[in-house]
Design a protein around this ligand. Structure first.
Ligand SMILES: Cc1cc2nc3c(=O)[nH]c(=O)nc-3n(C[C@H](O)[C@H](O)[C@H](O)COP(=O)(O)O)c2cc1C
Length: 295
Protein backbone atom coordinates (compact mmCIF):
# COMPACT_ATOMS: atom_id res chain seq x y z
CA UNK A 1 0.00 0.00 0.00
CA UNK A 2 1.01 3.60 -0.54
CA UNK A 3 1.58 5.04 2.94
CA UNK A 4 1.82 8.80 3.17
CA UNK A 5 2.62 10.99 6.13
CA UNK A 6 0.08 13.82 5.84
CA UNK A 7 2.66 16.34 7.10
CA UNK A 8 4.64 15.79 3.86
CA UNK A 9 1.84 16.96 1.55
CA UNK A 10 0.69 20.42 0.52
CA UNK A 11 -2.95 21.45 0.97
CA UNK A 12 -3.62 20.83 -2.75
CA UNK A 13 -2.10 17.34 -2.65
CA UNK A 14 -3.95 16.45 0.55
CA UNK A 15 -7.21 17.76 -0.88
CA UNK A 16 -6.92 15.34 -3.78
CA UNK A 17 -6.39 12.20 -1.71
CA UNK A 18 -8.86 13.13 1.02
CA UNK A 19 -11.74 14.24 -1.20
CA UNK A 20 -11.54 11.16 -3.43
CA UNK A 21 -11.41 8.82 -0.44
CA UNK A 22 -13.85 10.50 1.93
CA UNK A 23 -16.80 10.38 -0.41
CA UNK A 24 -19.59 10.63 -1.35
CA UNK A 25 -20.36 13.74 0.67
CA UNK A 26 -23.82 15.33 0.86
CA UNK A 27 -24.05 18.87 -0.52
CA UNK A 28 -25.73 21.76 1.26
CA UNK A 29 -26.44 25.19 0.01
CA UNK A 30 -25.69 27.78 2.70
CA UNK A 31 -27.49 31.11 2.43
CA UNK A 32 -26.14 33.87 4.66
CA UNK A 33 -26.33 37.65 4.91
CA UNK A 34 -23.77 40.23 5.99
CA UNK A 35 -24.54 43.00 8.50
CA UNK A 36 -25.87 45.20 5.67
CA UNK A 37 -28.24 42.49 4.49
CA UNK A 38 -26.29 41.48 1.34
CA UNK A 39 -27.18 37.89 0.49
CA UNK A 40 -24.65 35.12 -0.26
CA UNK A 41 -25.29 31.57 -1.48
CA UNK A 42 -22.57 28.87 -1.66
CA UNK A 43 -22.46 25.07 -1.76
CA UNK A 44 -20.52 23.00 0.77
CA UNK A 45 -19.83 19.28 0.82
CA UNK A 46 -17.92 19.31 4.07
CA UNK A 47 -21.37 18.96 5.55
CA UNK A 48 -23.25 16.48 7.66
CA UNK A 49 -25.71 15.88 10.51
CA UNK A 50 -24.05 15.61 13.92
CA UNK A 51 -26.86 15.71 16.45
CA UNK A 52 -30.53 14.79 16.35
CA UNK A 53 -31.80 16.48 19.51
CA UNK A 54 -30.75 19.24 19.53
CA UNK A 55 -30.76 19.01 15.72
CA UNK A 56 -27.34 20.26 14.69
CA UNK A 57 -25.64 20.05 11.32
CA UNK A 58 -22.09 21.14 10.63
CA UNK A 59 -20.49 22.48 7.46
CA UNK A 60 -17.06 23.87 6.84
CA UNK A 61 -16.16 26.90 4.74
CA UNK A 62 -12.40 26.30 4.53
CA UNK A 63 -9.75 28.94 4.09
CA UNK A 64 -8.95 29.20 0.39
CA UNK A 65 -6.14 26.82 -0.57
CA UNK A 66 -4.85 29.53 -2.93
CA UNK A 67 -4.08 32.25 -0.36
CA UNK A 68 -5.52 31.24 3.02
CA UNK A 69 -8.26 33.91 2.87
CA UNK A 70 -11.68 33.22 4.40
CA UNK A 71 -14.85 32.69 2.37
CA UNK A 72 -17.71 35.16 2.30
CA UNK A 73 -20.04 32.61 3.90
CA UNK A 74 -17.82 32.47 6.99
CA UNK A 75 -17.34 36.25 7.12
CA UNK A 76 -21.13 36.69 6.97
CA UNK A 77 -21.73 34.16 9.75
CA UNK A 78 -19.40 36.10 12.03
CA UNK A 79 -21.52 39.21 11.28
CA UNK A 80 -24.97 37.55 11.36
CA UNK A 81 -24.90 34.07 12.98
CA UNK A 82 -27.76 32.62 10.96
CA UNK A 83 -27.82 30.31 7.94
CA UNK A 84 -30.34 28.50 5.77
CA UNK A 85 -29.18 25.04 4.76
CA UNK A 86 -30.97 23.99 1.57
CA UNK A 87 -30.41 20.42 0.41
CA UNK A 88 -29.10 20.04 -3.16
CA UNK A 89 -30.80 17.58 -5.53
CA UNK A 90 -29.90 16.31 -9.00
CA UNK A 91 -32.21 18.84 -10.65
CA UNK A 92 -30.16 21.64 -9.07
CA UNK A 93 -26.62 20.37 -9.69
CA UNK A 94 -25.51 22.52 -12.65
CA UNK A 95 -26.85 25.78 -11.21
CA UNK A 96 -25.36 24.80 -7.84
CA UNK A 97 -21.97 24.40 -9.48
CA UNK A 98 -22.33 27.85 -11.02
CA UNK A 99 -23.09 29.30 -7.58
CA UNK A 100 -19.71 28.00 -6.34
CA UNK A 101 -17.81 30.39 -8.61
CA UNK A 102 -15.75 32.82 -6.53
CA UNK A 103 -17.80 35.94 -7.23
CA UNK A 104 -16.60 39.12 -5.50
CA UNK A 105 -17.99 39.96 -2.03
CA UNK A 106 -21.46 41.45 -2.22
CA UNK A 107 -22.45 39.55 -5.38
CA UNK A 108 -25.67 37.65 -4.78
CA UNK A 109 -25.21 34.09 -6.11
CA UNK A 110 -29.01 33.59 -6.14
CA UNK A 111 -29.03 36.03 -9.07
CA UNK A 112 -25.87 34.61 -10.72
CA UNK A 113 -27.06 31.00 -10.57
CA UNK A 114 -30.74 31.69 -11.25
CA UNK A 115 -32.16 30.23 -8.03
CA UNK A 116 -35.23 31.80 -6.41
CA UNK A 117 -34.90 33.29 -2.92
CA UNK A 118 -37.84 32.81 -0.52
CA UNK A 119 -38.03 34.78 2.74
CA UNK A 120 -37.36 32.68 5.82
CA UNK A 121 -39.81 32.72 8.73
CA UNK A 122 -37.34 33.04 11.63
CA UNK A 123 -34.04 34.31 10.25
CA UNK A 124 -32.71 36.87 7.80
CA UNK A 125 -31.04 34.72 5.08
CA UNK A 126 -33.47 33.52 2.38
CA UNK A 127 -34.19 29.89 1.46
CA UNK A 128 -33.63 28.31 -1.97
CA UNK A 129 -37.14 27.76 -3.39
CA UNK A 130 -35.97 24.99 -5.77
CA UNK A 131 -34.64 22.87 -2.88
CA UNK A 132 -37.14 20.33 -1.48
CA UNK A 133 -35.67 20.49 2.05
CA UNK A 134 -34.73 23.78 3.67
CA UNK A 135 -33.54 24.25 7.24
CA UNK A 136 -33.59 27.60 9.03
CA UNK A 137 -30.65 27.51 11.46
CA UNK A 138 -28.96 29.63 14.07
CA UNK A 139 -25.20 29.30 14.38
CA UNK A 140 -24.24 28.30 17.93
CA UNK A 141 -20.50 28.11 17.44
CA UNK A 142 -17.70 28.29 14.86
CA UNK A 143 -14.60 26.22 15.46
CA UNK A 144 -11.53 27.23 13.45
CA UNK A 145 -9.32 24.21 12.73
CA UNK A 146 -6.27 26.23 11.70
CA UNK A 147 -5.15 29.55 10.27
CA UNK A 148 -3.42 28.51 7.03
CA UNK A 149 -4.57 27.59 3.48
CA UNK A 150 -7.08 24.72 3.49
CA UNK A 151 -7.94 25.01 7.19
CA UNK A 152 -11.57 24.23 7.92
CA UNK A 153 -14.00 26.25 10.02
CA UNK A 154 -16.72 24.12 11.55
CA UNK A 155 -20.01 26.00 11.57
CA UNK A 156 -22.32 24.38 14.13
CA UNK A 157 -25.79 25.20 12.86
CA UNK A 158 -28.81 24.33 14.99
CA UNK A 159 -31.90 23.64 12.91
CA UNK A 160 -34.87 25.61 14.22
CA UNK A 161 -37.41 25.24 11.43
CA UNK A 162 -37.66 22.65 8.64
CA UNK A 163 -39.49 23.20 5.33
CA UNK A 164 -40.11 19.99 3.38
CA UNK A 165 -41.76 19.78 -0.03
CA UNK A 166 -44.97 17.73 -0.18
CA UNK A 167 -43.64 16.24 -3.42
CA UNK A 168 -41.01 14.13 -1.63
CA UNK A 169 -43.26 12.78 1.14
CA UNK A 170 -44.79 9.28 1.35
CA UNK A 171 -48.31 8.43 2.62
CA UNK A 172 -47.20 8.74 6.25
CA UNK A 173 -45.77 12.20 5.52
CA UNK A 174 -42.17 11.08 6.01
CA UNK A 175 -39.46 11.69 3.42
CA UNK A 176 -39.42 9.07 0.66
CA UNK A 177 -35.71 8.43 0.00
CA UNK A 178 -36.40 7.48 -3.60
CA UNK A 179 -38.26 10.70 -4.34
CA UNK A 180 -35.52 12.99 -3.02
CA UNK A 181 -33.00 12.33 -5.85
CA UNK A 182 -29.98 13.62 -3.92
CA UNK A 183 -26.55 14.35 -5.33
CA UNK A 184 -23.24 13.98 -3.57
CA UNK A 185 -19.71 15.26 -4.17
CA UNK A 186 -16.68 12.99 -4.48
CA UNK A 187 -13.10 13.75 -5.61
CA UNK A 188 -12.24 16.19 -8.43
CA UNK A 189 -15.20 16.67 -10.78
CA UNK A 190 -17.01 13.50 -9.66
CA UNK A 191 -20.58 13.55 -8.40
CA UNK A 192 -22.99 10.74 -7.53
CA UNK A 193 -26.74 10.67 -8.00
CA UNK A 194 -28.75 8.85 -5.36
CA UNK A 195 -31.95 7.47 -6.85
CA UNK A 196 -33.78 4.13 -7.16
CA UNK A 197 -31.16 2.87 -9.67
CA UNK A 198 -28.52 2.66 -6.95
CA UNK A 199 -30.35 2.75 -3.60
CA UNK A 200 -30.51 -0.51 -1.66
CA UNK A 201 -31.49 -1.57 1.82
CA UNK A 202 -29.49 -3.40 4.49
CA UNK A 203 -31.49 -5.00 7.32
CA UNK A 204 -30.82 -3.05 10.54
CA UNK A 205 -28.77 -5.24 12.90
CA UNK A 206 -29.40 -3.31 16.10
CA UNK A 207 -32.98 -4.50 16.75
CA UNK A 208 -31.67 -7.94 17.68
CA UNK A 209 -28.29 -9.44 18.53
CA UNK A 210 -26.85 -11.27 15.52
CA UNK A 211 -24.82 -14.44 16.15
CA UNK A 212 -21.74 -12.83 14.51
CA UNK A 213 -19.41 -14.06 11.79
CA UNK A 214 -17.29 -15.85 14.41
CA UNK A 215 -20.26 -18.13 15.21
CA UNK A 216 -20.62 -19.29 11.59
CA UNK A 217 -19.29 -22.89 11.19
CA UNK A 218 -15.70 -22.91 9.92
CA UNK A 219 -16.37 -24.54 6.52
CA UNK A 220 -18.98 -21.88 5.71
CA UNK A 221 -16.93 -18.96 7.06
CA UNK A 222 -13.98 -20.02 4.89
CA UNK A 223 -16.05 -20.66 1.77
CA UNK A 224 -14.39 -19.78 -1.56
CA UNK A 225 -17.82 -18.74 -2.86
CA UNK A 226 -19.36 -16.62 -0.12
CA UNK A 227 -18.24 -12.99 0.12
CA UNK A 228 -17.77 -10.73 3.13
CA UNK A 229 -21.23 -9.25 2.45
CA UNK A 230 -22.71 -12.77 2.45
CA UNK A 231 -21.01 -13.60 5.78
CA UNK A 232 -22.33 -10.31 7.22
CA UNK A 233 -25.86 -11.39 6.28
CA UNK A 234 -25.38 -14.88 7.75
CA UNK A 235 -23.92 -13.48 10.98
CA UNK A 236 -26.91 -11.16 11.37
CA UNK A 237 -29.41 -13.93 12.29
CA UNK A 238 -30.30 -14.44 15.94
CA UNK A 239 -30.33 -18.23 15.73
CA UNK A 240 -29.61 -21.02 13.28
CA UNK A 241 -32.45 -23.11 11.80
CA UNK A 242 -33.25 -26.23 13.85
CA UNK A 243 -32.17 -29.70 12.66
CA UNK A 244 -35.85 -30.46 11.93
CA UNK A 245 -36.15 -27.35 9.74
CA UNK A 246 -33.01 -28.31 7.83
CA UNK A 247 -34.14 -31.94 7.42
CA UNK A 248 -37.54 -30.93 6.08
CA UNK A 249 -35.92 -28.42 3.72
CA UNK A 250 -33.61 -31.18 2.45
CA UNK A 251 -36.71 -33.11 1.25
CA UNK A 252 -37.26 -30.55 -1.52
CA UNK A 253 -36.81 -32.10 -4.95
CA UNK A 254 -34.14 -29.63 -6.07
CA UNK A 255 -32.03 -30.23 -2.96
CA UNK A 256 -32.53 -34.02 -3.13
CA UNK A 257 -31.37 -34.02 -6.74
CA UNK A 258 -28.33 -31.93 -5.85
CA UNK A 259 -27.42 -34.29 -3.02
CA UNK A 260 -27.97 -37.42 -5.16
CA UNK A 261 -25.88 -36.04 -8.00
CA UNK A 262 -22.93 -35.38 -5.72
CA UNK A 263 -22.80 -38.60 -3.67
CA UNK A 264 -19.13 -39.36 -2.96
CA UNK A 265 -17.98 -35.94 -4.24
CA UNK A 266 -18.07 -33.70 -1.20
CA UNK A 267 -16.16 -30.86 -2.90
CA UNK A 268 -18.69 -30.46 -5.74
CA UNK A 269 -21.54 -30.81 -3.27
CA UNK A 270 -20.18 -28.00 -1.11
CA UNK A 271 -19.55 -25.84 -4.16
CA UNK A 272 -23.11 -26.32 -5.44
CA UNK A 273 -24.66 -25.66 -2.03
CA UNK A 274 -22.61 -22.53 -1.49
CA UNK A 275 -23.52 -21.23 -4.95
CA UNK A 276 -27.20 -21.79 -4.21
CA UNK A 277 -26.90 -20.13 -0.79
CA UNK A 278 -25.12 -17.16 -2.33
CA UNK A 279 -27.91 -16.71 -4.89
CA UNK A 280 -30.50 -16.83 -2.09
CA UNK A 281 -28.54 -14.29 -0.01
CA UNK A 282 -28.43 -11.94 -2.96
CA UNK A 283 -32.25 -12.13 -3.03
CA UNK A 284 -32.30 -11.36 0.72
CA UNK A 285 -33.48 -14.91 1.64
CA UNK A 286 -31.13 -15.38 4.60
CA UNK A 287 -33.10 -18.05 6.46
CA UNK A 288 -33.35 -20.25 3.38
CA UNK A 289 -29.65 -19.73 2.64
CA UNK A 290 -28.82 -21.00 6.12
CA UNK A 291 -30.90 -24.14 5.51
CA UNK A 292 -29.06 -24.81 2.24
CA UNK A 293 -25.68 -24.36 3.93
CA UNK A 294 -26.58 -26.72 6.79
CA UNK A 295 -28.08 -29.47 4.61
C1 LIG B 1 -20.29 20.72 -4.71
C2 LIG B 1 -19.36 21.71 -4.07
C3 LIG B 1 -18.99 21.53 -2.77
C4 LIG B 1 -18.13 22.43 -2.13
N1 LIG B 1 -17.80 22.23 -0.84
C5 LIG B 1 -17.01 23.10 -0.20
C6 LIG B 1 -16.70 22.94 1.18
O1 LIG B 1 -17.17 22.00 1.84
N2 LIG B 1 -15.89 23.86 1.76
C7 LIG B 1 -15.41 24.91 1.10
O2 LIG B 1 -14.72 25.73 1.68
N3 LIG B 1 -15.69 25.12 -0.21
C8 LIG B 1 -16.50 24.25 -0.88
N4 LIG B 1 -16.80 24.44 -2.18
C9 LIG B 1 -16.33 25.65 -2.84
C10 LIG B 1 -17.20 26.86 -2.44
O3 LIG B 1 -18.54 26.64 -2.81
C11 LIG B 1 -16.65 28.11 -3.15
O4 LIG B 1 -15.37 28.38 -2.67
C12 LIG B 1 -17.56 29.30 -3.00
O5 LIG B 1 -17.17 30.27 -3.94
C13 LIG B 1 -17.47 29.94 -1.65
O6 LIG B 1 -18.27 31.08 -1.70
P1 LIG B 1 -18.22 32.27 -0.69
O7 LIG B 1 -16.82 32.85 -0.67
O8 LIG B 1 -19.24 33.20 -1.27
O9 LIG B 1 -18.63 31.74 0.66
C14 LIG B 1 -17.63 23.55 -2.84
C15 LIG B 1 -17.99 23.72 -4.19
C16 LIG B 1 -18.84 22.81 -4.81
C17 LIG B 1 -19.23 23.01 -6.23
Amino acid sequence: MLSINTADLSAVELQNYLQYAIAPRPICFASTVDKDGNVNLSPFSFFNLFSTKPPVCVFSPSRRVRDGSTKHTLDNIYEVPEVVISIVTYAMVQQMSLASVEYPKGVNEFIKSGFTPVASDLIKPPRVAESPVQFECVVNNVIALGAGPGAGNLVLAEIKLMHISEAILDESRRIDQQKLDLVARLGGDWYARVNSDNLFKVAKPNRHIGIGVDAIPYHIRNSKILTGNNLGQLGNVTELPTDEDVDSYAQQLEIKELLDATIGDSQTRELQLHLKAKALLEEGKVEEAWKVLLV
